[in-house]
Write a protein that binds this ligand. Structure first.
Ligand code: PLP
Length: 386
């Protein structure tokens, strides 16, 4: 059920705005104060203090983000990794077992296999492209399942509905990273996921100028996560809150333009003789096109493609680009390109990269909101070299 009856375009503008407006301000100002008068505090976690994530900037963002993901409650954090690690540690304790999908974002993968295991939490990475593998992975101590709505850089979408169904019948908590689609394209809580994590660094803020994160879900789960975050201290600072709040107001405008730019670019690339393969769930030949079409209202701004000239061709292409910038990250208004084998996935061994289908000539494109005709001509002229 939708949390409100208004469109996401209206939610980004009006949800969570203070009522009445503070000092009449139409835009929530930056509350650059570490502490606030505390006469109404009932316990430690409700003392108005910046690290306890309860300044007016935080409260407005919690409400707005929860509204966008259609959940009861929300919590902002100092980065996407702060959101993911806090969410997992609020659900898991020593002796518990976590099942996670293979091919996760590298930072999450490292956190699971190095940090969680050091805390006595068992972690199994399961290839869920065949969902029957999940069925064989449950143990009596399985407490949670962690997945991503779409994987990076091949943009795969697993049978997310089956993950929820199989977890529910066993009372297992489901967590999902919804950074890539953003709530404009997909709202996992409506499918039944318990906790939704975001790197707000990406589409939610959208301007490549802050790092931030968020956890959204049922009130009691978010309250547990807030207690952990209060202790970990991974609070988003008020100025970054302000920037995220401002960025959110144009989220649907940006993401729809990124959806349509990425699709047009993917279509052009798929007909180009210097391109071996294009990976974009909006293309009919993508292995998960049917699932993405059923659940998502757009296929997102991220795509990848294999350059026919391998690593050398990919380097030459990137060097020739005039508009797109070579940089990691995604979700901003400007188009960024990166070679995953040398950046996000450089920590893998060559054999692991082969298994994951990440060749040296693979180029990831985080499509921005520029004019599509300009992007297409920039990519065409860059492909014409070498
Ligand atoms: N999740 C995904 C899908 C990401 O791509 C990233 C960062 O690239 C993160 C989480 C981590 O976010 P942050 O860099 O904000 O900590």
């Amino acid at each position: 059920m939708k949390r409100t009856n208004v469109s996401i375009d209206t939610q980004v503008i009006h949800a969570g705005e203070p009522n009445p407006r503070i000092g009449g301000a139409v835009s929530v100002p930056v509350f650059q104060s570490s502490t606030f008068e505390s006469s109404s505090a009932s316990d430690y976690h409700s003392i108005p203090y910046l690290r306890l994530n309860n300044s007016p900037n935080h409260i407005a963002l919690h409400e707005k983000l929860a509204s966008l993901e259609n959940t009861e409650s929300g919590l902002v954090t100092s980065s996407g990794m702060a959101a993911i690690s806090t969410a997992l540690l609020s659900v898991l304790k020593s002796g518990d077992h976590l099942i996670a999908q293979t091919g996760l974002y590298g930072g999450t993968h490292t956190f699971l296999v190095h940090d969680l295991t050091q805390l006595g939490i068992e972690v199994d990475l399961v290839d869920m492209s065949d969902i029957s593998n999940l069925e064989n992975s449950f143990k009596p101590n399985t407490r949670a399942i962690y997945v991503e709505s779409m994987t990076n850089p091949k943009l795969n979408v697993i049978a997310l509905d089956e993950v929820v169904a199989r977890a529910r019948s066993r009372e297992i908590v489901t967590l999902i990273d919804n950074t890539l689609p953003s709530p404009v394209n997909f709202r996992p809580a409506e499918m039944g996921f318990d906790l939704v994590c975001h790197s707000c660094t990406k589409y939610l803020n959208g301007h490549s100028d802050i790092v931030a994160g968020a956890i959204l879900g049922r009130a009691e789960l978010i309250s547990d996560a807030k207690r952990k975050l209060d202790h970990f201290g991974a609070t988003l600072d008020p100025h970054a809150c302000f920037l995220l709040h401002r960025g959110l107001k144009t989220l649907p405008l940006r993401v729809r333009q990124q959806n349509s730019n990425a699709l047009a670019l993917a279509e052009m690339l798929s007909t180009h003789n210097k391109v071996l393969a294009v990976h974009y769930a909006g293309l009919e030949h993508h292995p998960d096109h049917v699932r993405a079409s059923k659940w998502f209202s757009g296929y997102g701004g991220l795509l990848s493609f294999d350059h026919a000239g391998g690593a050398e061709g990919a380097h030459e292409f990137v060097k020739r680009l005039k508009l797109a910038v070579e940089a990691v990250s995604l979700g901003g208004v400007e188009t960024l390109v990166t070679l995953p084998a040398e950046s996000s996935h450089s920590g893998m061994s060559p054999a692991e990269r082969v298994r994951a289908g990440i060749d040296a000539g693979l180029i990831r494109v985080a499509v921005g909101v520029e004019g599509i005709e300009d992007l297409v001509s920039d990519f065409k002229q860059a492909l014409s070299g070498g």
